[in-house]
Write a protein that binds this ligand. Structure first.
Ligand code: THU
Length: 154
């Protein structure tokens, strides 16, 4: 992630700051006894609600679910499928992250689906622990030529 132009917390607008705050708060609920890496994600729904979640690990490591997908699943259970943005932030047990925590490939795929179901472009905000290295991007940039519901034959 070097060579990127990063934003600082103060560069974000109020709504982005609020979303990142919610993601940071959600790191407290991380169930991450194996990696000790606490991740929080917060979704801003089309209707203005915030749905936050954390990563949930499992003794069968591959059954772990990331914070981003947890948030999407939680939002779906509440009836939300259209989003404006997602914010992601993480911290290690002893140290903060040096670089913004970017969504993994599986999360990008699920975010791509959510983005195509959403009205406008879905913003993806990801930050380092100190909130002085922040990227504001969108899912089309993070997953170019992605496959989504609009690509299914009908
Ligand atoms: N993780 C997330 O929750 N989101 C990310 O964007 C990166 C990775 C989690 C999965 C696992 O619990 C831990 O972080 C270490 O990979």
């Amino acid at each position: 992630m070097t060579g990127q132009k990063y934003l600082d917390y103060a560069d974000l607008n109020k709504s982005q700051q609020k979303l990142l705050d919610a993601a940071k708060k959600a790191t407290r609920n991380a169930y991450s006894p194996y990696s000790k890496f606490r991740v929080g994600a917060a979704l801003l729904t089309e209707s203005g609600h915030i749905v936050a979640a954390s990563n949930v690990e499992n003794a069968a490591y591959g059954s772990t679910i990331c914070a981003e997908r947890s948030a999407l699943v939680a939002a779906n259970a509440m009836g939300y499928r259209s989003f404006k943005a997602i914010a992601v932030i993480a911290a290690g047990e002893k140290h903060g992250t040096n670089y913004p925590t970017a969504p993994c490939g599986a999360c990008r795929q699920m975010l791509y689906e959510a983005s195509q179901l959403s009205k406008g472009k879905m913003q993806v905000i990801f930050s380092n622990t100190n909130e002085d290295k922040i990227i504001v991007s969108d899912i089309e940039t993070l997953l170019p030529f992605g496959f989504g519901p609009e690509d299914m034959a009908k």
